[in-house]
Design a protein around this ligand. Structure first.
Ligand SMILES: [Zn+2]
Length: 243
């Protein structure tokens, strides 16, 4: 028969694992909100920002509280015996918990998830500045070293569909970038015969879903350029209504 000690340990482990999974989805949810605020240029609204920050703070505190409970529980498990739980168990548990609470610092701002959230809230500059910065980054990663950055056209066309890429994925072998939906269709129709569709590509390996990776910089660039264009269209509409 399992001892109370090992049973407590096992239960504590189950609770800990479930809680970790649960709190991680809470963290991810708040980070999604933070990312959306940043991508949709809503950072001027301080209420949105502070609400998101306090949500994150709340989850970090919840995580710490749970960690304290589990640590206290694991700590006092030795007080149990084969006859069951000792009368001192609860008192000792409270004592441990109290000690853990008092000795831990309230440093939610140094929590990695909080820092990750704050990254979204840093001053990222205007839309034009963000696009310019990405242009530099995207140009540096291609081979046009001696061309003036502002003159380089960032290629956002898929070599397979010929259309503007919606969701860019990169071939890990040759570096060519395609639209995810287009290239996925191509792979499923050609199967093992699917090769990189970029003109003049020397990569003769079959192309599979496994060798495609999300091109995050280009994705961001496409999103921001699209946003800038929509803003310009709206601006023009406003002006035409003024006349
Ligand atoms: Zn290629």
């Amino acid at each position: 028969m399992a001892s109370s000690k090992s049973m407590i340990e096992a239960h504590a482990q189950v609770i800990e694992n479930n809680f970790k999974e649960c709190i991680n989805s809470c963290f991810e949810g708040v980070l999604d909100v933070g990312q959306n605020l940043s991508e949709f240029s809503l950072l001027d609204n301080k209420d949105f920002v502070t609400t998101t920050e306090s949500m994150m703070k709340g989850f970090i505190e919840m995580e710490k509280e749970m960690q304290h409970h589990i640590a206290a529980l694991k700590d006092v498990r030795t007080l149990t015996s084969s006859e069951g739980i000792d009368v001192n168990f609860l008192a000792e548990f409270d004592k441990k918990l109290d000690h853990l609470k008092k000795s831990s610092e309230n440093d939610y701002k140094s929590h990695p998830k909080y820092k990750e959230l704050e990254n979204f809230f840093m001053d990222v500059g205007s839309l034009e500045e963000q696009i310019a910065a990405l242009r530099v980054k995207l140009t540096a990663s291609s081979s046009n070293d001696d061309i003036e950055v502002t003159e380089v056209e960032i290629n956002t066309k898929c070599p397979y569909t010929g259309q503007t890429i919606v969701f860019p994925v990169r071939n890990k072998h040759c570096g060519h970038v395609y639209d995810k939906a287009g290239i996925t269709n191509y792979i499923s129709s050609r199967k093992a015969k699917a090769k990189c569709p970029a003109v003049g590509c020397g990569n003769k390996n079959p192309i599979t879903v496994d060798i495609l990776e999300e091109h995050t910089d280009l994705k961001k660039y496409i999103q921001l350029v699209g946003k800038l264009e929509r803003l310009k269209v709206n601006d023009n509409l406003d002006h035409s209504l003024d006349v």
